[in-house]
Ligand binder design. Structure first.
Ligand code: UDP
Length: 648
């Protein structure tokens, strides 16, 4: 681990990363004056805050100092980064002098002071699900609760299926219900007034079960969205909780019955027409996506006790009512220079194992340092101890290894990386349980019976996969029946901001473009251009990358239509729009087969695709080991974050 850390510890964040750092992450006082100047300051604050949780487990201050140093090294080198709320809110509203000391001068009492002075400002998680009752009280209580979460930088998901359909009688008033969609607008307005952690837009997910009588209104609720107008603080997803039943209805051309326990209203819809309607709208505006929460409950060790109800806004983390999860991501593009991640025979694999262990411990410590916005969230978060360790930099790692994202070899690499992540993080969680105790609901969970919380790929997918499968089966049928600190350990976040901080590609997505100019708006309202060209492309092309060619790549974003570039470069340096929707989906499938939670993945499609093609992708998704699907057709929203330079 030392060698990797040493290589990256003093690498300066790029201009792009520094702009984001200054804009969002450096701590400020109440008057907006900076209290921090550099990434080093931030790394120290976050490491110290989170390491202070160790006072719960040891009296040895030297040990805590060592752990703080490990956390600091991983963060400063940007090999591992926690989700934004942990970076925003660690150390917030705490005595500053405790964060100015050198680690070696920290006493046990100093760490204890940090531990004891936690307050509501120290909310560290990105993902929440807030339930609501089917009553005015219940709905507005949820509006208030989610406002508190979003204020500190968390994203919230809700299940609107619990609300009775539009037009249903209300016993108390004799009136008629205005229906779930009308209430979504209330949540949207509330979110629009909140700037999260003072640094970003609020984000929400609305879920509705596929057979709710208002589902067509739900499907249409964002139809006229251009990215800026309708329900723009919401992603929306239909929950097809029983995938097999839905597939049979499609196959047999049958009808789906729409019904709700609080209503006499029922309706029937042909399954194919229904999926086509969803496809049309998704073609137009990217919404709705599909979620398969029944599948998730099957693989969730507490699915029979506290079933998941919705996901966080970007879909990677399905959660039960009042569930929360804190995330962290390892930049595999940086590690791949030192260790062949996923190759069980690589003699440097312990580097990856080590980082996964310390990252898992960090996330487990975050739970103890977190101050949750509601007592109900505190309770379930501590009883189940969800953590979401994932990866970023996949696309850049593939470039470095000269593997195409849209190739069998590329997918084998993805599967092996994720399988090894799953294995090492579950081993870490069991090791932590031996030291610290199981998550309190462990006995009620499926683990003691020998339970594998992920689908796994077929053994014959790849030799190495067979080995990882064996290791995983062995772990879950032996160690995990006794020890598990966290109900779930893995998820892949979009890493929308932290991948920029880390100067790496986002999550598991292909690069959207090889070169572009990103525009940020600074505090004075000026548009600041941030030019970017993929550094691995620059390294690999060397002298082949002439000035003219560079200009052309910035113009095009991709190599596909550039004449004087060899096919070998074109094959490896693919971008999101260069590859087919199927290739996006297959990547999601192999990766998701090893995640106990879920992943953020967009099936990007070219502008000219048809509604039928969207329909076909949705149909294929129902057959794979995935827990949901989000598609996006190029150009369908006016507020796309990245566009080809020439379109500007
Ligand atoms: N999120 C949010 N608002 C945002 C971006 C993200 O609430 O503007 C939440 C949301 O739950 C999302 C999660 O943070 O699913 C992780 O997103 P991402 O990895 O992009 O966040 P980062 O840590 O990079 O800021």
């Amino acid at each position: 681990m030392e060698r990797v850390i040493n290589k990256y510890l003093n690498v300066k964040p790029s201009k792009n990363a520094n702009t984001i750092l200054k804009d969002r992450y450096l701590m400020k006082d109440g008057q907006g004056r900076y209290l921090e100047e550099t990434w080093d300051d931030v790394s120290k604050r976050v490491a110290r805050h989170v390491a202070s949780a160790e006072v719960k487990y040891t009296k040895d201050v030297k040990e805590i100092q060592e752990i703080e140093k490990k956390y600091y090294n991983m963060i400063k080198s940007r090999i591992f980064l926690p989700n934004s709320p942990t970076i925003f809110n660690s150390g917030k509203a705490m005595p500053l002098e405790l964060f100015k000391k050198e680690a070696k001068d920290m006493g046990f009492d100093d760490y204890k002071k940090i531990f004891d002075s936690k307050s509501k400002h120290n909310m560290l998680s990105a993902c929440f699900v807030v339930p609501m009752d089917d009553s005015m009280d219940g709905i507005f209580e949820a509006v208030k609760q989610s406002a508190m979460i979003m204020k500190y930088g968390g994203g919230v998901g809700y299940d609107f299926s619990v609300l009775r359909p539009k037009g249903t009688s209300i016993a108390g008033t004799g009136g008629k219900s205005s229906g779930p969609i009308s209430f979504m607008h209330v949540f949207n307005t509330s979110a629009s007034t909140i700037e999260q952690g003072g640094a970003r837009r609020a984000a929400q997910m609305a879920v509705m079960k596929y057979d709710h009588p208002d589902v067509l209104d739900f499907i249409n609720s964002k139809k006229d969205n251009d990215g800026n107008s309708v329900l723009n603080y919401f992603n929306i997803s239909i929950n097809i909780d029983d995938v097999n039943n839905f597939k049979n209805k499609l196959k047999n051309d049958e009808e789906i019955t729409l019904e709700h326990p609080e209503s006499d209203k029922t309706a029937k819809l042909n399954a194919k027409e229904y999926l086509r309607k969803i496809s049309e709208n998704a073609w137009k505006s990217g919404d709705p996506g599909l979620l398969f929460l029944g599948k998730h409950n099957h693989y969730y060790a507490m699915g029979h006790e506290t079933p998941v109800q919705a996901t966080n806004p970007c879909g990677e983390e399905p959660l039960p009512p009042f569930g929360s999860c804190n995330l962290g991501s390892i930049d595999i593009a940086k590690l791949i220079d030192f260790v062949d991640i996923g190759n069980p025979k690589d003699r440097n694999l312990d580097i990856f194992e080590d980082i996964v262990y310390w990252a898992s411990r960090f996330l487990d410590d975050v739970i103890d340092m977190n101050v949750y916005p509601l007592p109900q969230i505190d309770e379930i978060s501590k009883n189940q101890r969800f953590i979401g360790l994932g990866i970023m930099g996949l696309a850049d790692a593939l470039y470095k290894k000269s593997l195409a994202y849209n190739s069998v070899e590329g997918r084998k690499f993805m599967a092996k990386v994720t399988a090894s992540l799953a294995y090492f993080s579950h081993v870490a969680s069991s090791k932590l349980a031996e030291k610290r105790g199981n998550f309190p609901d462990f006995k009620k969970s499926k683990y003691p019976k020998g339970f594998i919380p992920m689908p796994l790929l077929e053994d014959d997918f790849d030799e190495d996969i067979k080995l990882w499968n064996q290791k995983l089966r062995d772990h879950f049928l032996n160690t995990a029946i006794k020890y598990k600190r966290n109900v779930q350990t893995n998820t892949v976040a979009p890493t929308g901001s932290i991948s920029n901080l880390a100067d790496t590609s986002s999550g598991i997505e292909p690069n959207f473009m090889l070169a572009y100019i990103r525009y940020m708006t600074d505090k004075e309202g000026n548009r600041v251009p941030l030019p970017y060209i993929n550094s691995i492309l620059v390294d690999k092309m060397g002298d082949d990358l002439t000035e003219d060619l560079e200009a052309e790549i910035i113009e095009q974003g991709s190599l596909t239509n550039i004449k004087n570039v060899s096919d070998e470069y074109k094959k490896i340096f693919v971008t999101s729009m260069d590859i087919s929707a199927e290739d996006h989906l297959l990547a999601q499938h192999v990766i998701q087969s090893y995640l106990d939670a879920s992943c953020s993945k967009t099936i990007n499609m070219k502008k000219e695709i048809t509604v039928d093609e969207v329909y076909n992708i949705y149909e294929k998704a129902l057959d794979l080991n995935i827990k949901g699907i989000t598609i996006y057709r190029d150009g369908s929203l006016q507020t796309q974050v990245l566009e080809k330079n020439k379109d500007k």
